[in-house]
Design a protein around this ligand. Structure first.
Ligand code: NDP
Ligand code: MG
Length: 380
C-alpha cells in the first residue's frame, strides 16, 4: 500500500489522481491533500478519503476548511505545511500537481527527503531544471513524469536497453488555433483559447497549449528529464493526440506510445511504476482510427515555441524568466487585460530585459522569478 501526498488536489491532475486512487483503494492511501483556494472541494476530498492532513494556501479560505472538518483533522495554512508533511516517513509518492512556479518549493522538499515524485508541475523543471535534477540525484529520489508526452517517452525508453537515443519526437495537438489564420488568432479572447480540442485541463495550461508555450515548456522538461540536447528534440504537430510521443534510435527504428487522451493513464503509471494496474475506461479502437496525421509547427503563428528554444540556448536563469513572464501574461490574458499576442510579446521583452545569471542558485531562481514577474506586469 503506497501512501500518496497530493500537491494541488483540487485541480485537473489532482482530481484525476484521486480518481485513480478511488479505483485502487487496496493499493493507495492518501496521506495529505493541499489546495489553493477551493475550500469546498478540499473538504469533500478530505472527508471521502479520510485524510487527516489538509493544507489550504489561501488565508481567506482557511476558516471555511477548519470549520467544516472534525477537530481530529489537522488543517494548516500555507505551503510550508505541505513542505513539512511531504517529508514524513510514511509518504511513498508525492504527486506534484500544483500549477506554476508555486510548486517548486514543495517539490524540492519532497526530492530532498528522497521521495518518489510523480511530476505534473512542469514549470518547476522549466524554472529550475538543473537544481531539481541535481537535488533528485543527490538525494536518491525518483521523478516519474505525469505529462503525457514525457510519460510516453519514459515508456518508449524502457525498450532502449541502454542504447543511445537519436531523436525525441514530441507530439503536439496544435491547440484550438492550429488551423486559424494569424489575424483571427490575434483577436481571440479567452473563451475561445480555453476550448482545447482534445484535453480537459486547468485554465493556465490550456492557454499555454493555445500559444504553444506548453510545447516549449515540454521541450525543456524533456531536456532535463531525459538528459538530451534540445537539438535532438523534434516537435511535431499531431492533431489526433493518439501518439503521445516517440523515440528514434541510431538504426532509424522509432518506438511510439499510443492511447486515448486520458491523463489517468500516465498519473497511475507514475504512482504505481514499475507496475501497470488495471484502469476502467474506454480503450483505443484501431478500427475507428481513420488517420494519424502530422505537420510541422508554425512558428510564425506560435512564437512562444521559438522563444522556448531561444531560452534553452541562452540558458542560466532565462528559462526561469520566460516562465515567470508567461505566468504573469497568461493571468492578465485570463483577466481580459491583454490580447493573445501580448503573451509572446511580454515573454520576449522580459527575456531580453532581466539580469542574466549563468549558473543560478535557488536564491537566484526566486529573485529572477520575482524580477521577471514584476517586469512583465510593468509592460501593460
Ligand atoms: P489546475 O489549475 O486545474 O490545478 C492547479 C492546482 O494547484 C489546484 O489544486 C490549485 O488549487 C492549486 N494551486 C494553484 N495555485 C496555488 C498556490 N499558489 N498555492 C497552492 N496551491 C495552488 O491545473 P492542472 O491540474 O491542469 O495542472 C497542474 C500542473 O500539471 C500544471 O503545472 C500543468 O502544466 C501540469 N499538467 C497538467 C495537465 C492536465 O491535463 N491538466 C497535463 C500535463 C501537465 P485551487 O484550485 O484550490 O485554487
Ligand atoms: Mg503534455
Amino acid at each position: 500500500m503506497k501512501q500518496v501526498a497530493i500537491l494541488g488536489s483540487t485541480g485537473s491532475i489532482g482530481t484525476q489522481t484521486l480518481d485513480v486512487i478511488r479505483q485502487h483503494p487496496d493499493r493507495f492511501g492518501v496521506y495529505m491533500l493541499s489546495a489553493g483556494s477551493n475550500a469546498a472541494l478540499l473538504v469533500q476530498q478530505a472527508l471521502e478519503f479520510k485524510v487527516k492532513r489538509v493544507v489550504i494556501c489561501n488565508p481567506d479560505r482557511y476558516r471555511d476548511v477548519r470549520d467544516a472538518l472534525p477537530a481530529e483533522y489537522d488543517v494548516r495554512l500555507g505551503i510550508e505545511a505541505a513542505c513539512e508533511w511531504v517529508r514524513d516517513a510514511e509518504v511513498d509518492v508525492v504527486v506534484a500537481a500544483m500549477v506554476g512556479f508555486s510548486g517548486l518549493r514543495p517539490t524540492l522538499a519532497a526530492l530532498e527527503a528522497g521521495k518518489t515524485v510523480a511530476l505534473a508541475n512542469k514549470e518547476t523543471l522549466v524554472a529550475a531544471g538543473s537544481i531539481v535534477m541535481s537535488t533528485a540525484a543527490r538525494c536518491g529520489a525518483h521523478i516519474y513524469p505525469v505529462d503525457s508526452e514525457h510519460s510516453a517517452i519514459f515508456q518508449c525508453l524502457l525498450g532502449a536497453c541502454g542504447n543511445q537515443v537519436k531523436k525525441i519526437h514530441l507530439t503536439a495537438s496544435g491547440g484550438p488555433f492550429r488551423t486559424w489564420p494569424k489575424e483571427k488568432i490575434s483577436g481571440a479572447g479567452k473563451e475561445l483559447a480555453l476550448k482545447h480540442p482534445n484535453w480537459s485541463m486547468g485554465a493556465k495550461i490550456t492557454i499555454d497549449s493555445a500559444t504553444m508555450m506548453n510545447k516549449g515548456f515540454e521541450v525543456i522538461e524533456a531536456k532535463w528529464l531525459f538528459g538530451v540536447d534540445a537539438s535532438a528534440i523534434h516537435v511535431v504537430v499531431h492533431p489526433e493526440s493518439v501518439i503521445h510521443s516517440m523515440v528514434e534510435f541510431e538504426d532509424g527504428a522509432v518506438i511510439a506510445q499510443l492511447g486515448l487522451p486520458d491523463m489517468r493513464i500516465p498519473i497511475q503509471l507514475a504512482m504505481a511504476y514499475p507496475e501497470r494496474l488495471s484502469l476502467e475506461g474506454p480503450r483505443l479502437d484501431f478500427s475507428k482510427l481513420s488517420a494519424l496525421t502530422f505537420e510541422e509547427p508554425d512558428l510564425e503563428k506560435f512564437p512562444c515555441l521559438g522563444l522556448a528554444f531561444k531560452a534553452i540556448e541562452k540558458g542560466g536563469n532565462i528559462p526561469c524568466a520566460m516562465n515567470a513572464a508567461n505566468e504573469a501574461a497568461v493571468a492578465a490574458y485570463l483577466h481580459d487585460q491583454i490580447a493573445f499576442y501580448d503573451i509572446p510579446k511580454t515573454v520576449s521583452r522580459v527575456m531580453d530585459g532581466v539580469k542574466f545569471v549563468e549558473n543560478p542558485t535557488l536564491e537566484d531562481i526566486f529573485s529572477t522569478n520575482s524580477e521577471a514577474f514584476a517586469l512583465a506586469q510593468s509592460l501593460w
